[in-house]
Design a binder for this molecule. Structure first.
Ligand code: NAI
Ligand code: MG
Length: 334
């Protein structure tokens, strides 16, 4: 029996996550759903952003679909992003972010890449500290985590019939931390002979991501660089409304669209649910090992877009479909 914890979060998460759940339910009618609240609004009601019981339930079920939560850009006593907490407590060591061409005017033809981002270390995993006259954070990189993410990237490259893995780092300036990540990646690569493996400095990679993103196939990188490069790639995939992500651990997966809560359009039926729906498809492909169902979702999305049925982020609010009506069109084509 498959079980899924559904966390809507804040803002447009209340629109796009239910859309993705409707798509999943039409393919898996027996799926057991556990809806749980989390996020900024929940924090303001009860004083915590997510319940410990929700984290435990997520561990037991092994599968979570979560929408973004509001996180203020200033410190708030007691508030932590529920997604960051879930990623940490579930031990999801890999963050997988694919970008493939979709037939929308905002997408770049030929783009087809996967960012495999280490998800447990780097500056995001260390507490920030105040110092005299400033603040600091530590960058901690381990051999174990670097090996694990390298295996994930190379295995994913082979499973998805890709040819090349590009290791992205800044080892010229950070020879100990990024240098370790790079060295381990090339060591692990020797076990995957069929793949071509190269590397790029992160600033050069950013240049190429703007100039010609079609040169990338699989990207293996550290936490912070992967965060930034995958958003750049998302711009070529048609925009944030189309960018899915999956956090993978040992027997556990957390699917989440890359975008945030979009407060500027929340509650108006303007949100594009494709990223959330594609994130659900990643659960099917990589966690439940049902690639044929994931293919059906991806084909239905392509057919919907080919029929020029778009949400407001693509054609503006006047000639677009609402989040709900667009989702109906996808479900019709499943
Ligand atoms: P955002 O991704 O929410 O919005 C950026 C722009 O893209 C906005 O103009 C928005 O309308 C548009 N957009 C995003 N997703 C869309 C969709 N599905 N359909 C149509 N348009 C879409 O990023 P922003 O504004 O920087 O952050 C807003 C809030 O979201 C902040 O509180 C931030 O902390 C939070 N956030 C949470 C994340 C998470 O919990 N995983 C991830 C990113 C942001
Ligand atoms: Mg990000």
């Amino acid at each position: 029996m498959r079980e899924l914890v559904v966390i809507e979060g804040d803002g447009i998460s209340h629109e796009v996550i239910p859309a993705a759940v409707r798509v999943l339910q039409s393919l898996l009618p027996d799926l057991t759903l556990h809806h749980r609240p989390a996020g900024w609004d929940y924090f303001n009601q009860v004083g915590r952003s997510i319940d410990a019981e929700t984290v435990e339930l997520a561990r037991q079920c092994g599968a979570v679909l979560a929408g973004a939560a509001n996180s203020p850009s200033y410190p708030v006593e007691g508030y932590h992003s529920p997604i960051v907490r879930l990623r940490r407590e579930l031990g999801t060591h890999a963050n997988i972010r694919p970008t493939s061409y979709l037939p929308v005017p905002t997408a770049r033809p030929g783009i087809d890449l996967i960012v495999v981002r280490e998800n447990t270390e780097d500056v995001y995993a260390s507490p920030e500290e105040l110092t005299t006259g400033g603040a600091m954070v530590a960058k901690h990189i381990t051999t174990q985590a670097s090996e694990r993410i390298a295996h994930t990237a190379f295995m994913m490259a082979i499973q998805s019939q890709r040819r090349r893995v590009t290791v992205i780092h800044k080892a010229n300036v950070l020879p100990q931390t990024d240098g370790l990540f790079r060295r381990v990646a090339f060591e692990v690569a020797t076990q995957y002979g069929a793949l071509e493996v190269d590397d790029l400095l992160v600033d050069t990679a950013a240049y190429w991501m703007v100039k010609d993103p079609t040169r990338f196939d699989v990207i293996l990188t550290l936490n912070q660089y992967g965060d930034i490069l995958s958003d750049m790639a998302a711009a070529w995939g048609g925009g944030l409304g189309f960018a899915p992500a999956l956090n993978l651990g040992e027997g556990v997966a957390l699917a989440e669209p890359v975008h945030g809560t979009a407060p500027d359009i929340a509650g108006q039926g303007l949100a594009n649910p494709t990223a959330a729906i594609l994130s659900a498809a990643m659960l099917l492909r990589y966690h439940w090992h049902l690639p044929e169902l994931a293919d059906r979702i991806e084909r239905a999305i392509v057919e919907t877009l080919e029929a020029k049925l778009f949400t407001a982020d693509i054609v503006g609010p006047r000639s677009s479909l609402s989040t709900h009506a667009y989702t109906d069109e996808i479900i019709k084509r499943l």
